[in-house]
Ligand binder design. Sequence first.
Ligand code: BTN
Length: 263
Amino acid sequence: MKLDYRYYDTIDSTNLEIRRLFAEGAGEGTIAFAGTQTAGRGRTGHSWKSPENVSVATSLLLTPPQDLSMSRIPRLTVLAAMAVMKTIEEEYQLDCGIKWPNDILIGGKKICGILTEMEAEGGFARCVVVGIGVNVHQRSEDFPEEIKEMATSLDLELEKKDLSSGGKRASRLTVTEGIWQHFTAYYQEFIRTGGSLESILEEYNLHLVNRDQRVRILDPKGEYEAKALGMAPDGSLEILLDDGRIRNVDSGEVHVRGLYGYA
Ligand code: BTN
């Protein structure tokens, strides 16, 4: 896939911009990245803050083959999480964990957010937008009060790791390019295999912070506790219930929370 980068000093949302570019005829591989977003979008209708020039805010346009089942599109969010993790580990040697399904954590704190959106027509996805925000230069006082305890940035983590060297600063461009390079390699394999997560499953589960931990399943039909076993090949989380039964829960239906702290 040929990547076509478009930079904006200020934009409402890179996800929205990709949808506009698609409507104007842009093709797969178009990437928007921005210095700041004025209306960044988060999951479940939340907003996402991208203060000026301190974070990565970027989105990629995909036009998956029509024979890829729409039910597999949410798995792209898992590929995006893997791409973020790989980039951070390779470029900055910071250890990352994954909170199922797609939160990347450093030292138990969230470093990035991913929002995958699609436009469907006639039973297939015409256009998929994978949007990623990574905290890069934020200081702890830059985070809103309600997420301060749960969020971190690459610079903060680099400083913690290597206080003596005066602090290596992360680069937003390096992170952006690294993410899309890794993502496109994962995506190629994903499409080749008809939307399988098999090739990343082992590495994903090795980083899963929920693995073998007790978790609370926030099921709208009723909350309960169980032990998380790992992500299954279809992207669901395999859990062991207290009565010994094994069940798979889907990220579209339930959220998972650790019993102690965010993860
Ligand atoms: C989350 O709620 O965790 C997901 C946040 C996703 C934010 C990114 S920033 C780039 C892209 N553009 C948006 O408007 N949202 C995503």
